[in-house]
Design a binder for this molecule. Structure first.
Ligand code: SF4
Length: 152
């Protein structure tokens, strides 16, 4: 399971396949990580620096995070893609199509000027999260999405 949690400052990725349930996150920042609540991660209820530290202490790599750099990510279901905007400027996208086998993510691209900010990962996670909500199998042909799906 892939989940993306965002506040105004950061994006937190959670890959349940990697989670060893050591609960370091829960003890490190209980305001944000509470396994008795749904969703179990609530970034608005904790100081960003405390969330960042708790994520950094995750022993399995199930939790990772990046700063948002004011880049907005949206899923545009009607166009089968997620998009990244810096203000009014489109600076990235992740495109998918439905096939007989499942949801194929076939293209992920971010303006090279915005590289190294985790934007592509946010774009792919938004699509993975939606597919998992809809219980649709994901069969990416985009090599980057394959890497993310396979426990990056
Ligand atoms: S610290 Fe990491 S491995 Fe441990 S429960 Fe939290 S997400 Fe899972």
């Amino acid at each position: 399971m892939h989940r993306l949690y965002e506040n105004g400052d950061i994006s937190v990725f959670w890959n349940s396949d990697k989670c060893r349930h050591a609960k370091k996150c829960v003890t490190g920042c209980p305001e944000a990580f509470n396994i008795n609540k749904k969703p179990w991660i609530k970034l608005d209820e904790a100081d960003t620096s405390r969330v960042w530290k708790a994520v950094s202490n995750c022993p399995s790599g199930a939790l990772t995070c990046v700063y948002n750099h004011d880049i907005k990510i949206m899923l545009v279901k009607d166009n089968n893609r997620s998009v990244a905007y810096d203000g009014e400027a489109l600076i990235g996208e992740c495109d998918y199509q439905m096939t007989d086998e499942g949801l194929d993510i076939y293209h992920t691209e971010v303006d090279p000027e915005y590289g190294g900010k985790g934007i592509a990962k946010r774009l792919v996670y938004v699509v993975l999260q939606e597919a998992e909500h809809e219980k649709v199998k994901v069969i990416p042909t985009c090599s980057y999405a394959v890497r993310i799906l396979n426990n990056d």
